[in-house]
Design a protein around this ligand. Structure first.
Ligand SMILES: Nc1ncnc2c1ncn2[C@@H]1O[C@H](COP(=O)(O)OP(=O)(O)OP(=O)(O)O)[C@@H](O)[C@H]1O
Ligand SMILES: [Mg+2]
Length: 278
């Protein structure tokens, strides 16, 4: 079997302010795979074509655009495994994530999908107004709205850019947590999943009670439901000790843990594709 694999970069439009961090984690993962004897071909999302010179043994990817995921799905259907699977990446589009987590009964921030074409009664303020498809790509995609007027302006701004749907979420007060994970149901050889979390640095930390095992479990349940194997996201620890999951992303930059995470992802991929499935 060929030992070649493809690594696919995230589209720069999907990495605002994080282009180099996102590039680095994929590049370093590739380096670790090469050290394990794999031949790694790194590609931009635009360089993904269904028909290529040679079929890779597997694909690891950070790209997110639907057209590119669609092309990769065809390759996957032809028997080339992908991490994350294109379907799992698509599941992180906000409206799909809400539906998938709801169906799987995984607690997630209360979310209401609205049309951007008409003003919505926001309910209790403040709220967050977020485009319903992709994550934050530019100003106006994710807006904190303390008043009904700001909600209306945010929705109108999205509508003018041709974005038909938005998500309204109540603002949750508390300590903001960032997390990263590799492997959700345990690794391919049943090793425990890799999980790291930290308090976001730009905040006045209150120090609300937080059970790290509960956080890890909540995140793993979400990742499993979405089908993600390499993931990250945001949660809030509230005054009552409740954890509120705000967001889950496919293959984040792992910025603070890049060296450890790239080695961990490469080890995970090597085991996963050594012959055994998850
Ligand atoms: N409901 C909420 N309550 C409190 N804070 C929120 C809420 N929603 C979003 N935020 C804040 O806004 C940030 C961005 O929101 P979110 O993660 O949903 O958007 P995103 O599209 O993934 O953007 P980013 O790429 O910046 O994470 C969160 O990390 C958090 O600080
Ligand atoms: Mg986020």
């Amino acid at each position: 079997m060929s030992n070649s694999c493809w690594g696919i970069f995230r589209e720069s439009t999907h990495s605002p302010g994080r282009e180099s961090d996102d590039t680095e984690i994929l590049r370093l993962t590739g380096k670790h795979l090469e050290a394990k004897g794999f031949q790694v071909k790194l590609k931009t999302a635009d360089e993904v074509h269904e028909i290529d010179d040679a079929r890779p043994r597997f694909v690891f990817l950070m790209c997110e655009r639907v057209e590119v995921l669609h092309r990769l799905r065809a390759l996957e259907a032809g028997g080339v495994p992908h991490v994350n699977s294109p379907r799992a990446v698509h599941n992180t589009y906000r409206d799909r994530m809400i539906a998938v987590l709801d169906e799987a009964n995984v607690p997630f921030i209360q979310s209401r999908i609205v049309s951007t074409a008409e003003p919505a009664a926001p309910g209790a303020l403040p709220v967050w107004v977020k485009r319903a498809d992709v994550h934050n790509t530019q100003d106006g995609d994710v807006v904190f709205a303390p008043t009904e007027a700001v909600v209306a302006t945010a929705l109108q701004g999205l509508a003018e850019r041709g974005i038909a749907r938005a998500v309204l979420q109540p603002h949750v007060a508390g300590d903001l947590i960032k997390f990263y994970g590799i492997g959700a149901g345990g690794g391919p050889h049943r090793e425990p999943p890799w999980f790291r979390w930290f308090y976001h640095k730009d905040q006045q930390l209150v120090g609300h009670p937080l059970d790290p095992r509960q956080l890890a479990r909540l995140v793993r349940r979400a990742a499993t439901a979405l089908g993600l194997e390499v993931y990250g996201g945001d949660a809030i620890a509230t005054a009552t000790g409740e954890l509120v999951l705000l967001d889950v992303n496919a293959w984040p930059s792992f910025a603070l843990y890049r060296d450890e995470a790239s080695a961990g992802i490469a080890a995970y991929l090597a085991l996963r594709f050594a012959g055994g499935r998850r």
